[in-house]
Design a protein around this ligand. Sequence first.
Ligand code: CU1
Length: 590
Amino acid sequence: MAHPHETDTDTEAGDASTATDTEGRLAFVERYPADARMVRWCFLIAFGALGIGGLFGLIQALHRTGVFRGFVSSADYYTILTGHGVLLALVFTTFFIVGLFTWATVKGFERSIYRDRLTPLWFGMLVVGTLLAAAAILGGLFESIPMSADVLFTFYAPMQAHPAFYIGAALLIVGSWIGGANYFLAYREWRSDNPDERIPLQSFMVLTTMLMWYVATIGVAVEVVVFLIPWSLGLIAEVDPLFTRTLFWYFGHPVVYFWLLPAYLLWYTVLPKLSGGRLFSDGLARIVFVLFLVLSTPTGFHHQYLDPGIPEGFKFVAMTNTMFLLLPSLLTAFTVVASMEHGARQRGGTGYLGWLRALPWANPAFSGMALAGIMFAAAGFSGMVNAGMNLNYLVHNTLWVPGHFHLTVGTAFALTVMAGSFWLVPQITGKRLRWRAVASVQPYVWFLGMLLMSNAMHRAGLLSVPRRTAEPEYPNTPGVEFVGGVGGVGEMRLQIAVGGTLLFVALLLFLGVMARTWLGQKGGQLAVNGRIPPAMSDPEDSPRALDNLRLWTAIAVLLVILAYVLPLVGMAADGLFSPGSGPIPMWLFP
Ligand code: CU1
């Protein structure tokens, strides 16, 4: 089936310095040089943050388990912990995502989205924001620097950071908003040229994710700009911890979908192709992204089940919405596995499960994404435990929780990013992937390291080992020696230390491959093919209403209002700039 978006008219027999794909078509970097440069810069900073954040992760894993405590003191542990969380969960993610979305928008609409003023503006804001936040955090390691921000990446009151940290966070958020404007301006131009066409799938995914991001980041933007910046500057004396914490978690759950949906974008559009086939259903993919836009935000109270001052009924509503979000993830599991099976059968795979052997497990772009998907299934199970009001009490603030999110953002997202980079970086640099043998073992090393570390963290959490502490070994509490006794270290602690070390090794392998590729020579035929084949079911087969972005955004906003307005009014009734002095007006909650 011919697809209108993919023509071969751009094929040119180039000279040796021209990069082409396996079909002889010009690579992305040759067709859209300005956009490719932006994507390169975004990826470069993302990988830098990944390297430093990963090193901090290794330091923590060894310190916490007591295997090696020579890097930092237990007081500085919290600086390293904050740096790890902020650099990986906020900086690495955001930079990679804006780069990926730039690539996907350009591919989808088949036009450059680089704008002379707008693009450098958002990029500059992201860079300055990152530098401010990083300086504030790392200042905590040096006596001579009067800055610190040991507030962890969940940076709500009453812990307070240097104003530079909050100003940096605000710049990161507003920079991402302006970056999103780039995609919507491209959409408007494309729409006026194509009034009746369905939005190309990758662009649809970018636009729905960004709409979800706009709805979700309002909470953290208000928290930072109205409360935390004036409070850290001394302009206001006090803030209401419950109110500002609620604003943080209003953002703090949907942010995980801001990480996950770009991984889904790659699973839906690149993974089927790498499997040798095509996406099973275009319409199902659109439904999944619409469901995430609508349901992601009215869920944040599931991080606050233990907070007083929030009526139980609203916590219950948040739990219900969270459980509903399992639906689009199960739809994704079905669609992606069906697409992989289709691809495997195209490659000659047979049998009920025998087709799995026909998949390209030695291709790191494929194996990384597939292993990330498998780990995400496990993350879904532990996520259901976190989200259940009754079970949450068992695992709240224990090591179970970081065990869980190292499967989500730490693998479903991060491993997909690394896998996707093996495929994308040649296209945005025009350079062949080097050290392919190293690349092909890299995803398996990450998978094994995470298996050990995350499983042990979950189990230790069930035994009540706390999270967010440099000293988890309360000697008189049963079980918290992390159980067992390989050399007196404790079996779980040993698994966390070994797993964390393997993860760092996998990180070095990834960064090594990237550096070697990046420093290679440009031009020639790249071993990748950038063409995304169309889905087996055409977008025209699914309801046009799915492309009505205004409708879905309006429903998303309505659900947020229903979930949040009454509890926030209740919290605000006793004053916004005090820790809470009067009673909560119960007439609000008949
Ligand atoms: Cu959450």
